[in-house]
Design a protein around this ligand. Structure first.
Ligand code: ZN
Length: 591
């Protein structure tokens, strides 16, 4: 699952979600490759596939929402062979770009070809091409998939995983009439196609994308040969085999067993968000990253204190929950390159995989935090906001470390507090009881406990004492960015609640004249408000009290005039980043 709160998405419990994005994918070398499903309409070759497009100024404004950032990497710790492995993996990841392009939309290759052909003569096409690359298709991911090319053509809900005109009912009727097909049809790793006789069939990915998966598998095998770390060698070999066999289980298990590895890589079909019809079909993606062992150890130490954090929660002992299992291991890594699904739209800062429940049961899951991506977002999208809305006195307190600490503590805090609860004598879960209020309450809980636990770590001497001042300024500063994304979303709503609560308790203050926000210098007041808010949210969860959750949300989830004014001032700040990968350039130069 992807996750990344830093910003937006969510995840429940420990996990995470993610987001991700962009960059001109494959550029020049795109398509003479094989186009498994695009091959047919050859006779249409000369008919332009782009009929009309959005006002180009609007497209430019969309593009400007993503700040370009060069993603460099430090190879100084890598051996010669490891550097070669890294490059082979990037080449394999580029096949994920191509497969994902097919998965998103049937006409993608034809549109891309036309954009490439015309972008030299028509400057509009250059802009369209850049935005197409970000979105992996002609639909705007920052505007709920609204088309910006061919404005009358809506994005199919089932992307290109199902036949264009197939309805939900048709799919369901097929399974009803052919129950033996259910497993293949609902599999994460098949596409549904219609035969000439009109019959629906499930085609395994290994067959549908064979011409792209075979060369990708070959690159993984080459990389495996050079890999010095035995666990990485094993994973790369088994993942290569999975591309050909369509059976991903063993390679997911091997991914969980990676250890002492410098290169952390994920490549294959994972998230199902692109399938908005059923959520069955997994999109191909890749993360090529380098592990930061020093940072990872620091967070492993924090993770080992989960039980102490649970003990320290500001709630009655009877509601404490020591059975939530150990936390999944967190790896802190630096992103080198991404491919496919995760590269499109908003960028992922953290992911938690694998998604296969059988693997999760056997081995748990692994969370990977992409620290350089978090830093890029901090610099490009966070600092500029904070400079506009916080009082001068707060600015020296803002630091990336405090920000990153809060992000991490937020994720850990999802794993604390009530999960399985008892209500009216029956076992149930917080999620089930709080229903549509659940995500908002859970995100607010993770945020405020993130602060509560950061303070706890400072008090215990795990975090340096100096961090204390920075924690609260960072907490306040971070709220504006989340609220910007809309208070109807779980993260945005959760942040509006916290902001209003803290203002009511005078933990945060607004200067009437400048409209700027600051943390009350009376730290005891701030700590008391954090404690009270954490307690309220934990009690709502422990009781599974839907009514109380609703009332609480109603009371605090709003945008006050001061907040509105502050948000107005940051309208121009980019919402996310657009990575430009240094390694891609290096590979191009070599050719
Ligand atoms: Zn969260």
């Amino acid at each position: 699952m992807r996750n990344n709160k830093f910003i937006y998405l969510i995840l429940v419990f420990f996990l995470v979600l993610s987001l991700s994005l962009i960059t001109g994918c494959g550029k020049k070398e795109e398509p003479q490759m094989t186009k498994p499903e695009e091959a047919k309409p050859a006779q249409k070759k000369d008919v332009p596939v782009i009929k009309d497009y959005e006002n180009i100024e609007t497209v430019k404004a969309q593009l400007a929402k993503l700040a370009p950032v060069k993603i460099t990497y430090d190879a100084s710790n890598l051996t010669g062979n490891e550097k070669k492995v890294l490059k082979l993996l990037v080449k394999a990841a580029k096949y994920m770009d191509r497969i994902f392009l097919i998965q998103v939309y049937r006409k993608n290759f034809r549109i891309k070809k036309e954009l490439n052909r015309l972008k030299k003569e028509n400057p509009d096409y250059k802009v369209l091409n850049a935005w197409f690359n970000v979105n992996f298709g002609p639909f705007d991911r920052l505007k709920a998939h609204k088309p910006f090319i061919n404005l009358k053509e809506e994005k199919p809900k089932g992307a290109n995983f199902y036949p264009g005109k197939m309805t939900k009912e048709e799919f369901e009727a097929h399974i009803k009439a052919n129950p033996q097909d259910e497993e293949a049809f609902t599999s994460n790793f098949t596409v549904i196609r219609k035969q000439k006789d009109g019959k629906l069939v499930a085609v395994p990915y290994s067959k549908a994308y064979k011409k792209l998966l075979e060369p990708a598998a070959k690159l993984l095998k080459e990389a495996a040969q050079l890999a010095e770390n035995p666990s990485l060698k094993k994973y790369l070999n088994s993942r290569a085999e999975a591309f050909l066999s369509n059976d991903y289980f063993q390679s997911d298990m091997d991914w969980m067993d990676l250890s002492n590895h410098k290169i952390e890589v994920v490549i294959g079909p994972y998230e199902v968000y692109e399938d908005r019809l059923f959520g069955y079909k997994a999109a191909f993606e890749a993360f090529i990253t380098l592990v930061d062992h020093k940072e990872s150890e620091k967070w492993a130490k924090v993770a080992s204190l989960m039980n102490e954090m649970e003990k320290n929660l500001p709630i009655d002992d009877k509601h404490k929950n020591f059975n939530r299992g150990t936390s999944s291991p967190s790896i802190i890594a630096e992103e080198v390159f991404t491919g496919g699904d995760t590269k499109s739209g908003i960028q992922t800062t953290a992911f938690n995989l694998p998604n296969d429940e059988k693997v999760r049961e056997a081995k748990g899951s692994k969370q990977v935090m992409l620290r350089n991506i978090a830093r890029a977002k901090f610099q490009k999208c966070w600092i500029p906001i904070v400079k506009e809305v916080l009082a001068e006195s707060e600015l020296p307190l803002i630091s990336f470390d405090a920000y990153f600490n809060h992000v991490m503590m937020h994720e850990y805090s999802h794993g604390l507090g009530p999960g399985i609860i008892e209500k009216n004598g029956k076992k149930t879960t917080v999620n089930k009881e709080l229903k549509d209020h659940y995500s908002t309450i859970e995100e607010a809980k993770a945020d405020v406990l993130g602060i509560w636990n950061s303070q706890f770590m400072v008090d215990k001497g795990v975090f340096p004492k100096e961090l204390e001042k920075n924690i609260y300024a960072s907490y306040l500063g971070g709220m504006f960015r989340s609220i910007r994304f809309g208070i109807d979303k779980a993260h945005g709503g959760a942040n509006a609640i916290q902001m209003n609560y803290m203002l009511e308790k005078q933990a945060f203050l607004v200067d009437k004249q400048t409209g700027r926000f600051r943390v009350n210098p009376d730290k005891e007041k701030v700590k008391a408000a954090v404690k009270q808010l954490a307690n309220e949210l934990l009690v709502i969860q422990a009781l599974g009290d839907y009514e109380r959750a609703g009332q609480f949300i109603k009371k605090y989830k709003s945008i006050s005039p001061e907040l509105e004014q502050a948000l107005e001032k940051v309208k121009h700040v980019p919402t996310d980043i657009r990575p430009i990968y240094a390694i891609e350039k290096e590979l191009r130069k070599k050719k």
